[in-house]
Design a protein around this ligand. Sequence first.
Ligand code: MD3
Ligand code: FE
Length: 216
Amino acid sequence: MSTLFDSIPGRGLPHDLLGPGTAILNGFALGRETELAFMIQAISKLAPFRHMITPGGFRMSVALTNCGRYGWVTDRTGYRYDSIDPETEQHWPGMPDNFLELARAAASTAGFPSFIPDACLINRYEPGSRLTLHQDKNERDFTQPIVSVSLGLPATFLFGGMERSDKTVRVPLHHGDVLVWGGPARLRYHGINPLKEGVHPTFGGYRYNLTFRAAG
Ligand code: MD3
Ligand code: FE
């Protein structure tokens, strides 16, 4: 059966192979890598990448920073959004116009024309870095989608169900892919397998992931 989201893979048009509420926009960010790399560099000079500590006391293997009105943080007291960077004690860097426009264009293409993200979490993976299965539920409004942008080295994404124990499917994510997670997909468990070694022409030995959220 065909659906609203069926289209041609590899051309930045959405398809929903991962189920209702998902849209995969393969290559949607291609052509913007130079400006995205430049902005990530500029943001990380103001708010450096760091390995945060989980409530359980573990150091995250993924390094992260944020831009926008709110930033996602974790420490021994829990996960939350905060308008202040705990490391610099300053506001997070503003969200660049090109970030906002990319996120809004992707959300709109996937059927969320009024998405206004106020937070962008930037994850940086090095070989071996992983993200264990989790739900994103620190945002205030689950009717708003999350838009994710993959840059640099490829990774294997794990997509589960509404319970941690549900089976997962593995999905390769490549440089330039943009995915939109809304509606019934918004609270599904997901994670990233340990990153493999490699070299990307623009992003070197790293994978970066931007996730745009309406947090506040
Ligand atoms: C599905 N990031 O930052 S992006 C995260 O590649 C996170 O860095 C991963 O999970 C990364 O929280 C995965 C894909 C993604 C992001 C958010 C989702 C998938 C999602 C929220 C709900 C369902
Ligand atoms: Fe997540």
